[in-house]
Structures are given as C-alpha cells and as structure tokens.
Design a protein around this ligand. Structure first.
Ligand code: ADP
Ligand code: GN1
Ligand code: MG
Length: 360
C-alpha cells in the first residue's frame, strides 16, 4: 500500500498529462522526497515531490515564502546563461496559485521541476568535484547578496548557534531519555574537551549575509556532462547567516572520501588536495565580496561546523533519534563518530590549511 496518495497530490499542482508513479528519491535526512513520473505525450517527464518535515520546520508557510523569493531572484540572475532553467530550482505552482498544497491530513507538499542530466553525490570522488561544488555555493551567496528587503524568515532559529547546540547536548546528556549516555562516553568527553571552540565565530563580529546553511556535498547537483556545479538545491535553510557556515559545511562533507555514516573510521580523513580545491573553488566566486576576517577563518570554519554537526548527531542519538532520519540502530552515533574523527584530522592539518589560504 502506498503511504501517500500521490495521484491526488499530483492533481493539486499545475502539471499536465497523466501521473504514472512516484518513488522515494535521494538520501536527505529531513524531508520525504519522491521522483514522480508523468506521461505528457512525449518522453516521460519527471518532477520532484516533497513532503515538508513540519516537525523540523515548524513554520512551513514562512519557509515556502523564502523559497519563492529566493528562486525568483536567482531565476532573474541566471536568465541569460545557457541552460538557465537547470541553474535554479523551479517551483511548480499548486492549482490554488500557492507554492504548496496542504492535504487533508495536514501534510504540506511542494513540487519542483526535476533537474535532468545532473546528480548529487553522497561522497566526493576527486578535487575537481570539490572545486565545482564550492564555486557553485560561492556563486549562490554572491547572487543572493542583493536580495531586496525584507530579511528572509528564520526557518530554524539559531540554526548554526554552536554554543546553543552545545547547551542542547548538555541537556540531552542530563535527561538521557533513552538511557544511551553510557554508550557514548568517549564522544561526550570529546565534545566537552572541544567546548571552547563553540563561540569563536560569533565573537569575531563577522558580517551577516544571506547564506544557504546546509551546503553538504549532496545539496549541489553536478552536471553529468561538464562536472559543473549546475544547481544548488535544498533551500529550506536559506536565511541570514555567516558565509563561513556554508564554507565550513563544505569542508565537512567534501574533503573526506568516506560517507557521513561510515563505520570504518580509518577511512575518515581531511584530504588536503580536496581542501585546496574547495578553497580555490569557493574563492573563485566569493573572494570579491568576502572580508579579510572571513577569509582568515575558512579553515577554522571547517573544524567548527564539523564539530557542530557532530554534536547534533550525538544529541539526537541521546534523545532517541527524533530529528534526523535513521536507517539502523546506532546510526546517529555512527554519524557523530565520523564527524569527530574528521575534527581531529582537521586539527592536525589546520596550520597547513591556514598557510594555504593565505596564498590564494
Ligand atoms: P532533504 O532536505 O531531505 O535533504 P533535498 O531537498 O536535499 O531534501 O532533496 C533530496 C534529494 O532529492 C537531493 O539530494 C537530490 O538528490 C534530489 N533532488 C532534490 N531536488 C531535485 C531536483 N529539482 N531535481 C533533481 N533532483 C533533486
Ligand atoms: C540535514 O536536509 P539534509 O539532509 O541536506 C540537516 C543539516 C545537517 C545534515 C547532516 C534542516 O541536511 O543541518 O548538516 O542533515 N538539515 C536540517 O547530514 O537540519
Ligand atoms: Mg538535502
């Protein structure tokens, strides 16, 4: 039995032709994503159907308002480029004219045109990919620098406020509702040993910008033919933030050859050539607007955001897996372990990373 009546959802959007099927798609941790296929007379046409996770995003309408503004702004920016309609997500309007549809049980659905001829990767394969991804995310920040007022809505308040993330971890350790703290003693100790880094970027008085905030490697689609970072996706957390949150998450997800949930920790490492490609790719599009202080903290941001996501995984493990989707017992603890291993690897190479950035 299908979990959702996709045919009924499809009817609520401005899509012509006959709905054929919808299958789960991608490996995101938050929303439910499906690839929906339609017969429109010629070759099959695909769309992305997404059910927004309203446990995570408690104000889905404010979120959709952001996405509408951001995608419309970006569409104007890329209009003159070749293949313009593959360079930005395009929302398919609902029959009501809204950007979403709320079904009878309260689920909120949105539909995007499927970006064909490109794909996202869960693990980086070579420095060229790292360069392409970072260049695209830098370009994304640049194109949104002149988004007209008002500010975007905060879809998750304090999303990258690391000290508050740390406080949430301490609360979870204290409450220990799933009786798991005993299973994560080394990780809890690791987190506590690193507490001092939490506030560094907040104390540095860096400029607030419009940032993506979830720049993991699989949130940019790379063109199958050219390898270019053709389209930045997953716009739920686009909101005011620090440019370094985005660069930090790129370091987290685009320098190690291992997947985020790899159990063999010997495979987890910060590979210097990937970092170099990432820094060069990002600066190829972002150097013109970055302040010197932001540039200086590029390597540190990688350590901080890797640590931050590590403590979020640990917190969710302790809380009983209520936030991130999991696919096996201990999944969030496995994810936490890769993050902390990567923090250590970055620490060992931080001086070299700093020296490199000074030369770019
Ligand atoms: P989540 O917030 O759960 O990570 P995403 O918005 O990142 O959800 O979507 C999940 C996956 O679906 C992506 O990693 C990507 O593979 C795929 N995807 C999302 N939007 C599109 C699109 N417009 N075209 C093609 N693939 C897409
Ligand atoms: C989630 O949505 P997805 O899977 O791209 C999370 C990010 C984490 C990431 C860890 C809204 O990203 O913050 O860094 O998992 N998104 C949200 O893989 O919490
Ligand atoms: Mg995603």
């Amino acid at each position: 039995m299908l979990k959702h009546d996709f045919r009924a959802v499809a009817r609520e959007f401005q899509i012509h032709g006959e709905f054929l099927e919808a299958v789960p798609y991608g490996s995101g941790h938050i929303n439910d994503t499906y690839c929906a296929v339609f017969d429109q007379g010629g070759p099959r046409v695909r769309y992305i159907f997404q059910r927004i996770n309203c446990h995570v995003f408690q104000q889905p309408l404010a979120l959709m308002q952001n996405i509408r503004r951001v995608t419309e702004h970006l569409a104007v920016k890329v209009a003159c480029e070749p293949d313009a309609n593959r360079r930005v997500l395009t929302l398919v309007p609902a029959r009501s004219g809204e950007a979403f549809f709320r079904d009878a049980t309260g689920n909120i659905w949105r539909v995007y045109i499927f970006i064909e001829g490109a794909r996202g990767y869960d693990a980086v394969e070579n420095p060229a990919q790292a360069f392409a991804a970072a260049r695209a995310f830098g370009q994304f920040q640049k194109m949104l620098a002149d988004l007209p007022a008002p500010c975007l809505n905060d879809t998750i308040p304090d999303f990258h406020h690391t000290p508050k993330r740390f406080a949430a971890l301490e609360r979870a350790i204290e409450a220990d509702p799933a009786n798991r703290a005993q299973l994560a003693k080394p990780e809890i100790e690791f987190a506590r040993r690193h507490q001092a880094i939490c506030g560094v970027l907040l104390d540095a008085k860096l400029p607030e910008r419009v940032t993506h905030n979830d720049t993991k490697f699989n949130n940019v689609l790379l063109d199958d033919a050219t390898g270019e970072g053709i389209c930045v996706i997953d716009l739920d957390t686009v909101m005011p933030g620090l440019a370094l949150y985005d660069f930090g998450d790129m370091v987290r997800t685009t320098t190690s050859p291992a997947k985020e949930d790899e159990r063999d920790l010997s495979k987890v490492m910060m590979q210097f050539p990937m970092f170099e490609a990432l820094a060069r790719g990002y600066l190829s599009s972002a150097a013109e607007f970055l302040a010197p202080a932001e540039k200086k903290f590029l390597p540190f941001s990688g350590k901080l955001i890797t640590f931050e996501i590590g403590i979020r995984f640990l917190t969710d493990f302790l809380a009983g897996d209520t936030y991130f989707k999991i696919h096996r017992a201990g999944h969030n603890l496995d994810r936490c372990r890769t993050q902390f291993k990567l923090v250590e690897s970055i620490e060992r190479q931080e001086d070299q990373m700093n020296k490199l950035v000074e030369t770019i």
